[in-house]
Every structure is written in structure tokens, then in C-alpha cells.
Write a protein that binds this ligand. Structure first.
Ligand code: HEM
Length: 182
């Protein structure tokens, strides 16, 4: 009986602990990181346009603009978490770069993932957070102007940090498959 129970228990343990292969997890996270970029860029563009129109008309930001700004910060934080999990474990490129840092610095694709991308994106994340707080604390009359300025600052760094396909270390614009999710 005891033996039987143990067998059942270990059977379940195997079923529950069946590890997702690191490469599948890598593909999933990379896929999400790649697509979340578009949501972030679209929402940023929308909010910049709103802030420009509203501040031009001398009106304050609406409650829904305000909520969308908060949602943008949430999405960017999630993007940072996905990025950090790529950086500190999942990405074979980062692993290769960090295992021989000085040669990686001479290789554009490796230097990009190990240094340039994360530095640009950390700055973008900081600008967005500071901008959110400053915008919230600003008087209603100037709130839209603050939002406009900080959102444009965020967009500049985020756009500069993205591996656009025309760059030497370019990556796909749209990832349509999980390469090896089989
Ligand atoms: C501090 C935050 C971030 C970290 C630590 C980070 C980290 C990374 C890493 C390590 C890679 C390379 C993964 C690999 O190819 O193996 C990567 C790729 C990428 N990251 Fe980030 N990232 C961050 C923020 C962002 C943000 C804010 C965006 C865009 C809004 C972004 C867009 C991308 C894109 C488009 C790729 C290429 C994905 C692909 O090849 O399909 N990242 N990121």
C-alpha cells in the first residue's frame, strides 16, 4: 500500500515537475518580449498624440489618458521583467557574451544584447517612471505638457534601443513562430 502510494506520488511529481525545456521557455519569453514592444510603442504614440493635442488646446489630460499612462508603466515594467529573465538566464546570446566579455564587445550582435540594449532600456524605464510621478504631481494646467515631454523622452530611448532589422544586429520586426515549440 505504502509502496503503491509512493509510486503514485512520484508519478505525480514527475507529471508536475516535468520541466519546460529551457529553449522552449526562451522562445516563449523572446516571442512575448518581441510583441509587447508593439503594444508599448502603439500606446506611447497614442499618449504622445493625446498629450500634444490636449496641451495645444490648453486642456488637462482626461482620466482615461491618465489610466492609460499608468497601464503603459505597467507594460514597460513587465517588459523589463521579461528582459531581465532573458538577460539573467534564458538567452544563449547573453550567456555567450558574458562568458567572453572582451571578444563580445567586438561583435555587434553580442555587444548589443549584453550592453547597448539594456543600458538604453534601463534609461527609458527610469525616464518613464520619473515622468509618471512628475506628471501626476504637476498642476492640472501643465500636466499634459509634462506628460508630452516625458513620453517623448521615453520614446526616444526605447526607439534607440530596439534592434531594428536594418541595423547590423537587427532582429525580426514580427516574430510569427515559436521557432522550436514542437
Ligand atoms: C531593462 C529592460 C530590458 C532588458 C533587461 C531587456 C533584455 C533583452 C535581451 C537580453 C534581449 C536579447 C534576447 C536574445 O536575443 O536572446 C532583448 C531583445 C529585445 N528587446 Fe529587450 N530588454 C529590456 C527592455 C526592452 C524594451 C522596453 C523593449 C521595447 C519597448 C525591448 C525590446 C526588445 C526587442 C524588440 C528585442 C528583440 C526580440 C527579438 O529578437 O524578437 N526590450 N531584450
Amino acid at each position: 500500500m505504502l509502496r503503491e502510494r509512493r509510486t503514485v506520488a512520484s508519478h505525480h511529481a514527475v507529471a508536475y515537475a516535468a520541466p519546460m525545456s529551457p529553449s522552449v521557455l526562451y522562445e516563449l519569453v523572446l516571442f512575448s518580449h518581441s510583441w509587447l514592444r508593439w503594444l508599448i510603442l502603439a500606446l506611447t504614440l497614442f499618449l504622445i498624440i493625446r498629450a500634444v493635442l490636449v496641451s495645444g488646446a490648453g486642456r488637462p489630460l482626461s482620466t482615461s489618458d491618465d489610466r492609460l499612462f499608468t497601464a503603459l508603466v505597467g507594460m514597460v515594467d513587465l517588459q523589463m521583467l521579461l528582459g531581465l529573465s532573458l538577460y539573467f538566464g534564458l538567452s544563449p546570446l547573453v550567456k555567450a557574451a558574458l562568458s567572453d566579455f572582451s571578444s563580445a564587445m567586438r561583435e555587434p550582435a553580442l555587444r548589443f544584447v549584453a550592453v547597448e540594449h539594456v543600458v538604453a532600456m534601463f534609461l527609458a524605464v527610469v525616464i518613464l517612471h520619473v515622468g509618471r510621478v512628475r506628471t501626476r504631481r504637476a498642476d492640472e494646467a501643465v500636466r499634459a505638457r509634462h506628460a508630452r515631454r516625458w513620453l517623448i523622452g521615453f520614446a526616444v530611448f526605447a526607439l534607440a534601443g530596439i534592434p531594428w532589422p536594418f541595423l547590423p544586429y537587427g532582429r525580426p520586426l514580427l516574430r510569427l513562430t515559436f521557432a522550436d515549440l514542437g
